[in-house]
Write a protein that binds this ligand. Sequence first.
Ligand code: HEC
Length: 144
Amino acid sequence: MRVHAVSLSSTIVAVVVASIAAGCGSSSTPTTPTPTLSFSQRIQTEILTPSCASCHTDDGRSPAAGLNLKAGSAYAALVGVASTGKPGAVRVIPGNPSGSYLVQKLEGAADIVGLRMPRNGPPFLTDAQVALVRQWIQNGAPNN
Ligand code: HEC
């Protein structure tokens, strides 16, 4: 009885292993999902609108630092646009997160003009949120 049970489970193992192997062999097209980081969904909706657009908006005021970060305006105000606060700095340089003034302001880099953003922090953005901004810029700062 005992011996029989062992051989039965060995058989099951063998069958499972065989079908896994077969499964691997048949998948000729590897499906590596390309993570698409959406500016509108991940950056605008999750970060800029809730954390920044209270000051950086033209609704009922002029945007802080002349930087409008509300939905529909933020992209054009960020990518390739010169800083109003720091001469020579560019807010977002596609492909260059560390060189982008936006990132420097979010991380509170030593050589920024003014304060770390959000200006009413702490709390500042989480490491994960800053990493998301960095990744979006690294991806070429697409308007997606
Ligand atoms: C409480 C108001 C307030 C909030 C909230 C705020 N900011 Fe600002 N921001 C300012 C002011 C005022 C300045 C100009 C003075 C300074 O740089 O400290 C500024 C400057 C900036 C600049 C520099 C612009 C330039 O062209 O030099 C960037 C970039 C910026 N903010 C991004 C953000 C981001 C991103 C957020 C949200 C995570 C944010 N800010 C939240 C008030 C705010």
